[in-house]
Design a protein around this ligand. Structure first.
Ligand code: ATP
Ligand code: MG
Length: 271
C-alpha cells in the first residue's frame, strides 16, 4: 500500500480555556486518490477534526493527544511559516458558503492569479493561462468569461467551482471538503460531487468529505466515520457501515435518509 497522504491517530482536541475535551480520538488513513467521509450531527466535531489537519483550529483549541501526519511528516512541530507553505501546496480545503471566501471587489481571474503569482511564483502571463486551465478543469463552461467576472455575477455552484479551482491550484495531495455542497441545490450538489470524484481520479487527489448528509458520503466515499458528540461511534468501509450499521446512531441516520436516495446506493453497492 502506498504512503498515506493524511493520517490521524487518536486525535483529541481540547479547549485550553476550560479544559473541555471536544474531540475524543479520531483515527483514519487517507491514501492518494482515496476518499474518507465524516458524517454526524451538528456539533459532533467534524469541522474541528478537519481544522486540526489544516493547522487552523480556533484560538484556544489544540490537539491535546494523538498525532497527525501529512504526506508522511508529523505536523505537531510546524511553525506558522511552515504551515503557510504546506497549506494550499500539500493540503487544501473548501467550505460551505463559497461567497464568503471570495473578495467581492476583485475578478475571479485576479483572485486565482494572485494565488499562482504569490505562492507558485508564476509570472503574470503564466498565471493567467494556468488560471484559465484551472477554471476549465473544474468544468466551468466558459473559462474566459468567468475569468473576467466578479463573484456576484456567478451562481453559488459556480462560486464553489472557482474555490475548488483555487484550492487545487498549487496541486495539493489532499482536499478537505467541509459541507462544501450543503448550501447548493440538489442538482448542483451532485455536479460538484462528480467534479470532486473526477479530480480524485484525474490528479490523484485524496479527499476528506464532511457532511451531515449520509447520501453525500455514500456517493463518494470508500470509508466513513460516524461521529457524535466528539466520538467516532462507527467507522469502516462505506458499504459495510451502510448495510450493516452496528451503532444505533448510524441506524438512525440511515433511517432518516431513506427518502433521499440512499436506497439506490444500497442496491448498487455490492457488499
Ligand atoms: N472556537 C470554539 N471554542 C469552543 N468550542 C468550540 C469552538 N468551535 C467549536 N466548538 C465546539 O466543538 C464541538 C464540535 O464543533 P464542530 O464545529 O467541529 O462541529 P461540527 O460537527 O462541524 O458541526 P456542524 O455540522 O454544525 O458543522 C461543538 O460542541 C462546538 O460547540
Ligand atoms: Mg462543521
Amino acid at each position: 500500500m502506498s504512503e498515506s497522504v493524511l493520517s490521524l491517530k487518536d486525535v483529541r482536541i481540547t479547549n485550553g480555556f476550560n479544559g473541555q475535551e471536544l474531540v475524543h480520538g479520531v483515527s483514519f488513513d487517507l491514501q492518494p486518490g482515496g476518499v474518507v467521509g465524516i458524517v454526524g450531527e451538528s456539533g459532533s466535531g467534524k469541522t474541528l477534526t478537519c481544522r486540526s489537519a489544516l493547522g487552523i483550529l480556533p484560538e484556544g483549541l489544540s490537539v491535546s493527544a494523538g498525532s497527525i501526519s501529512i504526506a508522511g511528516s508529523d505536523i505537531s512541530g510546524l511553525s506558522s511559516k511552515q504551515w503557510t507553505q504546506l497549506r494550499g501546496s500539500t493540503i487544501s480545503a473548501v467550505f460551505q458558503d463559497p461567497a464568503s471566501y471570495l473578495n467581492p471587489s476583485l475578478t475571479i481571474g485576479s483572485q486565482i492569479g494572485e494565488v499562482l503569482r504569490v505562492k507558485a511564483g508564476l509570472r503574470r502571463r503564466e498565471a493567467r493561462s494556468r488560471a484559465l486551465e484551472l477554471l476549465a478543469a473544474v468544468h466551468l463552461r466558459n473559462p474566459h468569461l468567468v475569468y473576467d467576472q466578479y463573484p456576484f455575477e456567478l451562481s453559488g455552484g459556480m462560486q464553489q467551482r472557482v474555490l475548488i479551482a483555487a484550492a487545487i491550484s498549487l496541486e495539493p495531495r489532499v482536499l478537505i471538503a467541509d459541507e462544501a455542497t450543503t448550501a447548493l441545490d440538489v442538482t448542483v450538489q451532485a455536479e460538484i460531487l462528480d467534479l470532486l470524484s473526477d479530480l480524485r481520479q484525474s490528479i490523484g487527489l485524496g479527499l476528506v468529505v464532511v457532511s451531515h448528509d449520509l447520501a453525500v458520503v455514500a456517493q463518494l466515499c470508500e470509508e466513513v466515520l460516524v461521529m457524535r458528540s466528539g466520538d467516532v461511534v462507527e467507522q469502516g468501509p462505506t458499504a459495510k457501515v451502510l448495510h450493516q450499521p452496528q451503532h444505533e446512531y448510524t441506524q438512525l441516520l440511515i433511517r432518516e435518509h431513506e427518502q433521499y436516495g440512499l436506497d439506490k446506493f444500497l442496491e448498487a453497492a455490492d457488499v
